[in-house]
Design a protein around this ligand. Sequence first.
Ligand code: COI
Length: 361
Amino acid sequence: MRAEFQFHPAERPLPDDEREKILADPGFGRHFTDHMASATWTPDAGWHDLRVAALAPVTLHPAAAVLHYAQEIFEGVKAFRHADGSVWLFRPELNARRFAHSARRLALPVLDEELFVESVTALVRADRSWVPPYDGERSLYVRPYMFGSEAFLGVRPAAEVRYGVIASPAAAYFAAGSGGVTLWVSENYTRAARGGTGAAKCGGNYASSLAAQVEAAEHGCDQVLYLSGDEHRHLEESGTMNLFLVTADREVVTPCLGTILDGVTRTSVLDLAVEHGLKAVERQVGIDELRAGCADGSIVEMFAAGTAAVITPIVGFKGNGYEQVVADGRPGAATLDIRRHIVDIQYGRAADTHNWLRRVA
Ligand code: COI
């Protein structure tokens, strides 16, 4: 692989004992490693100043495009430590491909997919001591991002763009972990509509999800279940995860792509389904069908999938005037089996028969 991201070691990395204390209980997204990767793009020079150097604040002109028109995209990739101490990324090329897709949708310059993987690899290698120990399902969550940094108030694609990668040691995204979460079926908010940015991983999608997330919390739920923007009838995704249900006749069903994110964990679930005796089905699922299926027992499990959340069982959902428990309100067997399979591949405990892992250290 080309070595384009030159490494400039931080002068004052965090002392070992402080880092180890953080790694023992990292939470999610609260602590950051010693380094970051960065690069700048301009129309004349293309991508330049590619480096991995000390983590530092980003200085922006107050007129920077991202601050006004939200020209921004990001990704989430995880690095895992195996029992022998080695460090591995999980399917980073899928993140690279999605990042390129998001860039096109937000009129940002496309970063070569190999360069994306190189930047993530170079940062994880530089900060490999920040990858938590093998035990306890912790990992290093890596966050590549890109935004328009040109100082200009006209509405057009920025002529100066920055790329960065930061990393944060992580434990479970939800406090409930694999115990299960509940969803609020939002009727007031939609996440995406045809022709919009639903399939792009852009900050704007998450900004507009916050009010819905607050509404979910007010109803005692952990996350939002979004319905389609047109008729408000079909399941889309959850704020930070793709949705799945398992039927009594052994189908694992997920909404088709179009206005939702093409999740790496979503794809992995579909790829592994057959190994769990399940038929993978991508199709539209109506909220009425979901409610009726949970009530009459033809839908026996629900779960959500995402890089941060891995596989999170959904144990119930609520909407205006109704509340539905999924099966007996406990995580389902197929959900937990698929979860264990993916996690075991990630930590090197199960054979990586699909060649999904990339060794970085
Ligand atoms: C991820 O799962 O990587 C996400 O991007 C979700 C979230 C933390 C925004």
